[in-house]
Ligand binder design. Sequence first.
Ligand code: ADP
Ligand code: MG
Length: 701
Amino acid sequence: MNPNFLQTPLAYLKGVGPNRAETLKSELGLETFRDLLHLFPNRYLDRTSYYKVNQLQPSGADVQVVGKIIHIKTVEQKRGKRLVATFVDETGQMELVWFRGHKWIKESLQINEPYVVFGRVSKYGSVFSMPHPDMELLSKHQQGLKIAMQPIYPSTEKLVNKGITNRVVSQMLQQLLLESGGQFAESLPQSILEELRLISKSDALLNIHFPKNQELLAKAQFRLKFEELFFVQMQLISKKMLRKQKIKGLPFENVGEKFTDFFANHLPFELTDAQKRVIKEIRNDLGSNAQMNRLLQGDVGSGKTIVALMCMLLAIDNGFQACLMAPTEILATQHYNGLKELLVHMDVKIALLTGSTKKSERTLLHNQLENGNLNILVGTHAVLEDKVQFKNLGLAIVDEQHRFGVAQRSKLWRKNETPPHILVMTATPIPRTLAMSLYGDLDVSVIDELPPGRKPVKTVHRFDSNRLKVFRFIKDEIKKGRQIYIVYPLIQESEAMDYKDLMDGYESIARDFPQPEYQISIVHGKMKPTDKDYEMERFLKGETQIMVATTVIEVGVNVPNASVMIIESAERFGLSQLHQLRGRVGRGAEQSYCILMTGHKLSDDAKTRLQTMTGTNDGFEIAEVDLKLRGPGDLMGTQQSGMLNLKIADIVKDNQILKTARYHAIQLLKNDPRLEKTKNRPVLNAYSKMMANKTIWNYIS
Ligand code: ADP
Ligand code: MG
């Protein structure tokens, strides 16, 4: 086979031509022989049995019937026309029906010739009808490749209207396999093929399109899924290795005075084993020659802040500055206050920079940063502004990563001549499989243990009709000295309605919880930051017992005395949001509660979300359900979903294969980082081709 065979434009394939090639390109993005070969079927139909017309059942299943067309007519109906062919065999007659593509179909149908028709039948009156059947002349059917499992390819309405039916696509593939001689270059080394008992690339491609039987189909799918995930991992891992080689990190060689002093004298509690382990992992990174790029995952309340602080002390001990960024002003302020308190007995200079920092303060701050008088800067996105220059930024920590884009992360990189070490902290647990695919080039640390003595939050689901009981419960809790959150959804598309709900809710709560016995705070996005802060402050100090809010309070806010979280219209929240909100309570020693309020009408997904929330407190378990419900693209936002554009593998369903693929990619690159060994030649060839053709993702820079 000509080595460039697969590069050939599709128009040159027999039976395609320029017009069809154009349609295949615009509809399915197929341009070359290779693209067509990698158009994998969505599903397969069993075509081993043939039915007689009098055996048909109105089951909606796909069936195959042999017979002849004896009559064709066009029937006028209210909207457009319908083409109806009367189809008979020796046992009876049925109808074949087309709602589109009449002209082309009418011209191609042959009267009184035996056909095999295939499709879904339904019954109208006493007559069975098969809309848009897949059909083939019996004579051709008998000559064609004998396939038991018929592949069904991705399709569009336009393709069908232009006559490129499933059968036509299948014929194109037959032609392609014929012209290629069915031989394709192997892309995996012999050792992996043997160890995992994978079938060859050629066998896999043949059987994915024309499976000889179920077993070979399964083997073909496994092989191709493995290969796809393997090369994605190859790309992620080699990228990480390259980064470690190329980008020299700032060496943090000293375990200095401040770290030790803090650890020995000022730690307010004993670290959990998980915290200790994670600090060790980070210290190893910081002490190595490479730049750190680490993701720190830990459920809400698992104690990431103290880990961040200790890492920042390491930076200071090594003569560097550090910064900590949070997505909101409230959070940044809370971090600043918390850290200041922890550092009260230590000689560390720390400052806060947010959008509302006054100009005069700002100027002072800029100077202190530039001359190195300031050790730690805590702030919001304001930290990223170009005006903010450090003398020597050694470590940048980003809290609540999902709100920070990739672009912002790379801005941090440029804050120092040698890029600072980067630690990204997130409370949204990312399922392992997803982390492996999306952050395969980052290192990951996990705090999988909560500080001792926490009582798990009790979660219940209540219907709106039980509101009075819920209010009574709130009153009891307030009597015990506790505080309450009541959260309303705020979705951008229905913002006006949502604000109305919030204000209506607030008024009704104000009626049921009258002053002066009860004091209520309200916080939402339309308020001025100063008013927001004032209200937050009152709640924090315990001056108000109830906080009515939108999801502003979702992330990070810490009021240990708050013991009840009520979520209104809980069915409208996503799982990760619900979990985040629940994390606002259960921070003190008292038993805490989360009450999910909904109406009676609930979608299946909403029911699953509510059941998951009442069933578990484990963030990773919740993240797995979320991934299944929403799919990976949605979960990580559109920005990253492109990277999950897999052709055959599914990172949720195939996560076992993903793990195997990752393991083998790591082993291979460890033993042969530059793919120089003869035995890895197939991998090198395939990999270079993929990179040249950009058939694997262009990963984030
Ligand atoms: P998150 O991971 O959500 O950012 P925080 O760092 O805010 O969690 O910690 C939550 C609370 O737990 C804080 O009040 C913190 O002081 C406390 N905490 C953290 N680590 C421990 C520990 N090892 N033992 C006891 N309390 C801890
Ligand atoms: Mg936090």
